[in-house]
Design a protein around this ligand. Sequence first.
Ligand SMILES: [Zn+2]
Length: 277
Amino acid sequence: MGAGKNILEEGGEFKMTITTLKKEKNKLIFTIQGINYVTANTLRRIMTAEVPTLAVETVEFTKNMSVLYDEVIAHRIGLIPIKTDLKSYNLREECKCKGKGCAMCQLKFSLKVAGPCTVMSSELKSKDPKCTPAYPDMPIVTLEKNKKLELTATAKLGKGKEHTKFIPGLVYYRAYPKIQIKSCNEPEKCARACPKKILEVKNQKLIVTRIEECDLCNACSNACPDCITTGQEQDKFIFFIESWGQLSPKEIFLKAIIVLNKKVDEFAKDLKKSKPD
Ligand SMILES: [Zn+2]
């Protein structure tokens, strides 16, 4: 698995080389070298299905004079991304309270609004200033004059495999493109064929620039089949993480690595146990 020793061997390690290509507030694009498809897909699956985030799980209504039923409003509130501080909260099943619900594994929000207005996600007042709705301007419901909405919402930490509302973002990857160029008689023609202008002519020679942007459309190799071959690297991948606001893309990735390490350790332990002496 990747470079380095077998990770199931004692002291085995897992070596990956990570290079950042683009970093924005809620978006991260990077390459990982030294892993295969299996590991790349494992990381993707862990990032979407097993990195926990906070989301509203139950809503108690004291007043709902809006046009929407309680359950519709509860569903809308459940889908509001909540900024998550992973250090302050436990998963309910791993909490000391044994799943009963305490300040270490759940977070309360209150909402009290009177119309006329559109009730926004910013009206959900959190007991924890670090964990508030990620976007303040998500509409929940519109209230007419003299109509009121009052409720208490309880958020908990959960995983994407349990419910979609806990998924921290959109995560996908693709293989790193590989373009091989042999000597070319018509470099201009080959360069023109690329719709993304990745191929350039310098000193009558065809060169590849910005290879990360290549999406392997094969337009170049179709135009010049004798001089260009395209393919994919087998141990290098480009990862895209677009966060939905609960965690930063870096937090999503680092937490996924922690989860993967834990899983591998548990697997190695179980494997040792099952070995006959
Ligand atoms: Zn608890």
